[in-house]
Design a protein around this ligand. Structure first.
Ligand code: ADE
Length: 223
């Protein structure tokens, strides 16, 4: 999978790709991520990429010309399965969307900044809009990193058996059951007996029960 990210702050988001599972996927050549600095497509030598909004109001808006130039150039080089705009006024990211996007070959992500982008760019190029939650960040960059992490770990072969995504929370619309490791007792707190029993059908039943009861109490909306 190839992911292209258009941003005004490439340096802000490079390092998460140099660690853990995203690094592993990139090292194994299962994912490649390319950063495109929007300022390189600025209208003048001072790097102008934003302007005041028509109609008045606080906050600058990213201009249409630099974004169109950048996206058009990338589209000439390859076909994209999705061109995604990260913005709070969009459907919220969930595991289902991450699963679908993990099967894509080429994804382009546009990060908003300031007050957002000129709306015409959304009509012109964007095929999907994603929010990472009902709060406003300073820009779409951190959302783009969240999205990439959620997608990249699902690419077949990225996670080994020991970290399989199949048992993650949300894969079956339920939260995960609690997990424990050694020691079996710590400061008087014991690991649930059933997990030490070696009785795997019973352990499976316990995990399902726990997943259901945790979902019911913490996220009843998922049921
Ligand atoms: N940009 C600003 N806030 C955001 C959010 N909640 N999700 C995605 N992109 C954003």
């Amino acid at each position: 999978m190839r992911i292209d990210i258009i941003t005004v702050s490439p340096d802000l988001i490079k390092s998460p790709f140099e660690f853990s599972i995203m690094k592993r996927a990139i090292d194994k050549q299962m994912a490649e991520v390319h950063f495109h600095d929007l300022r390189k497509f600025a209208l003048n030598k001072y790097g102008k990429i934003d302007d005041y909004q028509f109609g008045g109001g606080a906050g600058m808006v990213l201009m249409i010309e630099p974004i169109d130039a950048c996206i058009s150039q990338l589209k000439k080089e390859r076909d994209y399965d999705e061109i995604i705009y990260m913005t709070p006024d969009a459907p919220t990211l969930n595991q289902r969307t991450a699963n679908t996007l993990s099967m894509a070959e080429n994804i382009l992500i546009l990060c908003g900044h300031y007050k957002g982008v000129d709306h015409r760019i959304r009509e012109m190029h964007i095929t999907k809009e994603i929010s990472i939650g009902d709060y406003v960040l300073s820009g779409g960059e951190l959302g783009a990193v969240v999205l990439c992490d959620a997608i990249i770990r699902l690419i077949p072969g990225v996670l080994g058996d020991e970290t399989s995504a199949l048992t993650d929370s949300f894969q079956d619309d339920l939260l995960s059951p609690p997990v424990y490791t050694r020691p079996a007792e710590y400061k008087g707190m014991k690991v649930p007996e059933v997990l030490l029993s070696g009785n795997f059908p019973k352990i499976d039943d316990w995990r399902t029960e726990q997943a259901l009861s945790r979902t019911e109490s913490i996220r009843p909306d998922l049921l």
